[in-house]
Design a protein around this ligand. Structure first.
Ligand code: NAP
Length: 256
């Protein structure tokens, strides 16, 4: 664990605290940098501790090992976080691109455990600290896969739909509490996402982004920074961000 200040969220620390899951790469790492630049003390969570510790040192945050699929790990991650102003539920991803007829149950389990139950575990654990802050914000990174169904993608689209519905339900359940909720649904963002989806097949992953200009992780992080900087009474409920070159999950300038 890397830490540069007092226990984040404790009474000694006046700095606002932001928790970012999946902060070791892609959108999560860019968001951690963005929120730190806006003055937050960022608590970074992911399984690859060497990456989050390096980033935590760079931005003056705190790196803590986190596996969102493991209850014990989540409990250790949130221990001592008394006041949290922002939680970014970002840890997630896809595995495979198979039709239902040949679906790999282990891939489905990974996607549901990480995107759906992972978001549930972190959110549940941090609701008291978000309310205690007096001005909390939950940002959940879903996807346009939470808005559309597409062939061969049902493991991921079903998980993202479920994650999104949980987040939208919480918007109702927390009405009257000092917590805002924002769902961010990105289209194509060039990160390690496709490398993870295709089990490290770099050629296949690179081909996804060839011939068009995808979003960068920073494009998404800047929008999250904007959301976090709104006053307490302004709730940006849902934001869909796509590259100009992409009109839907399956239609882009390459596919027509
Ligand atoms: P990425 O570069 O692969 O980042 C995924 C992050 O999730 C990594 O930091 C990874 O860290 C973390 N993670 C995975 N499993 C985890 C676990 N069990 N516990 C804790 N952390 C875990 O991909 P990305 O594009 O930035 O993805 C971020 C989010 O955006 C995901 O929810 C993804 O579904 C969503 N999204 C991505 C795109 C896209 O086109 N890239 C589009 C729409 C939505 P460790 O491996 O170190 O644990």
């Amino acid at each position: 664990m890397s830490s540069s200040t007092a226990q984040p969220g404790s009474s000694e620390s006046e700095q606002k605290v932001a928790v970012v899951t999946g902060a070791s790469s892609g959108i999560g790492a860019a968001t951690a940098r963005q929120l730190a630049a806006q003055g937050y003390h960022v608590v970074l969570g992911a399984r690859r501790t060497e990456l989050i510790d390096a980033l935590a040192n760079e931005i003056g945050g705190t790196g803590r090992q986190l596996d969102v699929t493991d209850e014990t790990s989540v409990n250790a991650f949130v221990a001592g976080l008394e006041k949290v102003h922002v939680v970014v539920n970002n840890a997630g991803g896809a595995k495979g691109l198979d039709p239902v007829a040949t679906a790999d149950l282990d891939d489905w389990r990974w996607m549901w455990e990480t995107n759906v139950l992972g978001t549930l575990r972190i959110t549940k654990a941090l609701i008291p600290a978000l309310i205690a802050s007096g001005d909390g914000l939950i940002v959940t990174i879903t996807s346009i896969a939470a808005l559309e169904a597409y062939d061969n993608g049902s493991g991921y689209t079903s998980a993202k739909h479920a994650q999104a519905v949980m987040h939208r339900t919480l918007r109702f359940e927390l009405l009257g509490k000092p917590v805002r909720l924002t769902e961010i649904a990105p289209g194509m963002v060039e990160t390690d996402f496709s490398l993870v989806r295709f089990e490290g097949d770099k050629e296949r992953a690179d081909a996804v982004y060839e011939g068009l200009t995808p979003l960068s992780a920073d494009d998404v992080a800047e929008v999250i920074g904007f959301v976090a900087s709104r006053p307490p009474h302004v709730d940006l409920d849902q934001i869909v961000i796509k590259p100009r070159d992409q009109a839907s999950a399956r239609r882009n300038v390459k596919t027509g």
